[in-house]
Design a protein around this ligand. Structure first.
Ligand SMILES: NC(=O)c1ccc[n+]([C@@H]2O[C@H](COP(=O)([O-])OP(=O)(O)OC[C@H]3O[C@@H](n4cnc5c(N)ncnc54)[C@H](OP(=O)(O)O)[C@@H]3O)[C@@H](O)[C@H]2O)c1
Length: 234
């Protein structure tokens, strides 16, 4: 089984679609909304239905993260994972300078993107370590290095993944475990659709399509170079 978190739409969904096309594995996708997961399952097409599993698991909620880890523990095999959940409060509220961030937003974003991503990472790496094989891709962002104004909190949580990825590589590469931090630039997805073209034009940046970014993420998961830990996708 291959896990893709945050995969009822956007880049995660496109990764799951590519995995079903390119591998014989079953794929478990997660999201917060049962309806969106069911819609995703339907849109994958009938040929994939017997290999596509869905699970409601909200990465902002610790008990949901534990339930997902329990599901992984119970699975016969877990060959790899793509951790795609990454909350960006600039898309749910307004872009917000650091001095104006409220405590609840800081706590919720760091909990989802860092604390709970690390809990999932620890469970996956423990499994891969024991089975002496496995590949893990986190979806980061070039925002981590660029630090665009108004997205400091999001950017900081993406930078957290850089340290995590480098340390995981140093700790587990000798056991044959590959880890990669995929760092897309601007990507057209349901989250960004309303603003991404204007953002690209303002900063002179290209806008990638989710399917193209997903293809490269799945390339990394299936056959990435062991030493290519942080990979810019634009
Ligand atoms: N789009 C870009 O330009 C861009 C650029 C660089 C990096 N990224 C990164 O790529 C990843 C995917 O972004 P996207 O643009 O594809 O986002 P998206 O279109 O908003 O899709 C996000 C997916 O994650 C699920 N999700 C959201 N919050 C969740 C949570 N707390 N727990 C579990 N599932 C959750 C959503 O389903 P529900 O709503 O049902 O939960 C949905 O399936 C993120 O990590 C993002 O930071 C995106």
């Amino acid at each position: 089984m291959i896990l893709v978190t945050g995969a009822s739409q956007g880049i995660g969904f496109a990764c799951a679609e590519a995995l079903l096309e390119r591998t014989p594995n079953s794929v478990l996708i997660t999201g917060r909304s049962a309806k969106k997961l069911e819609d995703a399952r339907i849109s994958m097409g009938e040929a994939s239905h017997n290999r596509l599993m869905t699970m409601v698991s909200d990465q902002s909620i610790e008990s949901d993260v534990h339930a997902l880890i329990a599901r992984l523990d119970a699975a016969d095999s877990v060959e790899g994972a793509i951790l795609a959940v990454g909350a960006n409060p600039a898309f749910t509220g307004r872009p917000c300078r650091i001095h104006a961030l409220d405590d609840a937003t800081i706590t919720a974003t760091v909990t989802t993107n860092c604390t709970h991503a690390l809990m999932l990472t620890a469970a996956l790496l423990d499994r891969f370590r024991r089975q002496r094989t496995g590949a893990l891709v986190w979806i980061g962002s070039q925002a981590g290095a660029a630090g665009p104004p108004g997205s400091a909190l999001y950017s900081a949580t993406k930078s957290f993944l850089s340290g995590l990825a480098r340390a995981a590589h140093h700790e587990y590469a000798a056991r044959g475990i590959r880890v990669h931090l995929a760092q897309p630039g601007l990507v057209r997805t349901p989250r960004t659709a309303a603003v991404v073209d204007a953002g690209g034009a303002r900063y002179g940046l290209p806008v990638a399509e989710a399917a193209d970014v997903a293809r490269r993420i799945v390339d990394l998961l299936l056959a990435g170079d062991l030493s290519a830990v942080e990979v810019d996708l634009q």
